[in-house]
Design a protein around this ligand. Structure first.
Ligand code: URA
Length: 249
C-alpha cells in the first residue's frame, strides 16, 4: 500500500493490515468492531486539481459580495452571540463541496469552518481519498455558532440556508458530501435517519448534483467504532466521483 495512504488511514483511526500471503492490502475494523475486511482499495487517486483557468471577475465579485453579506448578517438572533460569521473556505473552483452543520467554538474564534479537532479529522478523512483540504470547498448550513453548540433551530436554518444555496450556485460542485445528520436532513429536506441516508447517491437542486451522506467527524471522535463505516462512505463517494469524471472525458 502507498505509505502515504497507510498513514492517512491510520490518522483517521482505521487499522490497516497487509496479508502475509500476498501483497494485497485490506482494511480491518477498529478494536471492538467485527473484523470484516473491507474491499481492497484501488490505487487510483481522485483527480483533485480543479481547473486551471481563473474565475471570471464577475463570479469572483459575486463570491466576495456574498461573503460580505454573510459576515454582516443579522437575519437571526445568533448574530448577537457569535464572535463572527463563518462564511466557508476553500477553492472556489472545487469539484467537491463538503457541508457541515454549524461553526463550533474554534470556528467562531477563527472565522473558518472545521478548524477544531473535528476539522483535523475531516482533513485526514479527505486526504485519505486524495483530497487535500485546499482542493475542496467547505461550508456549513449555519454561518453562525449556536451557543453551546446546540442543534440549529428551524428558524435559524431557514434564515441561513439561502446563503448556502447561493454558494452552491456559484461553485456548481460536481459532488456534495454532507457530513452529519443536521446537514444531510436539511439539504435533503427529510427526517430520515443518517444511517438510512448513507450508501446512496442522492441528488440536490436543479442541477441534480450528486449528494452523499456520511458521519460528522465530531461524532466519529466520540464513536471511533464507526470510522470504518465512514471510510466506506468516503470510498463510495470517491467511486461515484470517478465514475462521473470518466463519463465527462
Ligand atoms: N462542526 C461543523 O459542523 N462545522 C464546523 O465548521 C465545525 C464543526
Amino acid at each position: 500500500m502507498d505509505p502515504r495512504r497507510l498513514e492517512y488511514l491510520q490518522a483517521i483511526g482505521v487499522d490497516v493490515w497487509v496479508s502475509r500471503s500476498g501483497p494485497a492490502p485490506a482494511v480491518s475494523a477498529p478494536v471492538g468492531v467485527p473484523a470484516t475486511p473491507l474491499p481492497v482499495e484501488e490505487p487510483v487517486p481522485v483527480p483533485a486539481s480543479p481547473a486551471e483557468d481563473p474565475l471570471s471577475t464577475d463570479v469572483q465579485a459575486q463570491w466576495d459580495a456574498l461573503k460580505t453579506e454573510v459576515l454582516a448578517c443579522k437575519k437571526c438572533s445568533l448574530h448577537s452571540t457569535r464572535t463572527q460569521g463563518v462564511f466557508g473556505v476553500g477553492n472556489r473552483r472545487a469539484d467537491w463541496l463538503i457541508i457541515g452543520e454549524a461553526p463550533g467554538a474554534e470556528e467562531d474564534r477563527q472565522g473558518e469552518p472545521f478548524v477544531g479537532r473535528a476539522g483535523q479529522l475531516l482533513n485526514a478523512m479527505l486526504k485519505a481519498i486524495g483530497l487535500p483540504r485546499e482542493t475542496v470547498f467547505i461550508a456549513n448550513v449555519l454561518k453562525s455558532r449556536p451557543p453551546g453548540n446546540r442543534d440549529p433551530k428551524p428558524e435559524e436554518v431557514a434564515a441561513c440556508l439561502p446563503y448556502l444555496m447561493r454558494q452552491i450556485a456559484l461553485l456548481q460542485p460536481k459532488l456534495m458530501l454532507a457530513v452529519g445528520r443536521i446537514a444531510a436532513q436539511n439539504l435533503l429536506a427529510t427526517d430520515v435517519s443518517l444511517g438510512r441516508l448513507r450508501g446512496q447517491v442522492h441528488t440536490f437542486g436543479e442541477l441534480n448534483t450528486p449528494l452523499i451522506v456520511t458521519y460528522h467527524p465530531a461524532y466519529l471522535l466520540r464513536t471511533p467504532a464507526d470510522k470504518r463505516k465512514a471510510w466506506e462512505d468516503l470510498k463510495f463517494a470517491r467511486s461515484v466521483f470517478q465514475r462521473l469524471a470518466s463519463q465527462e472525458s
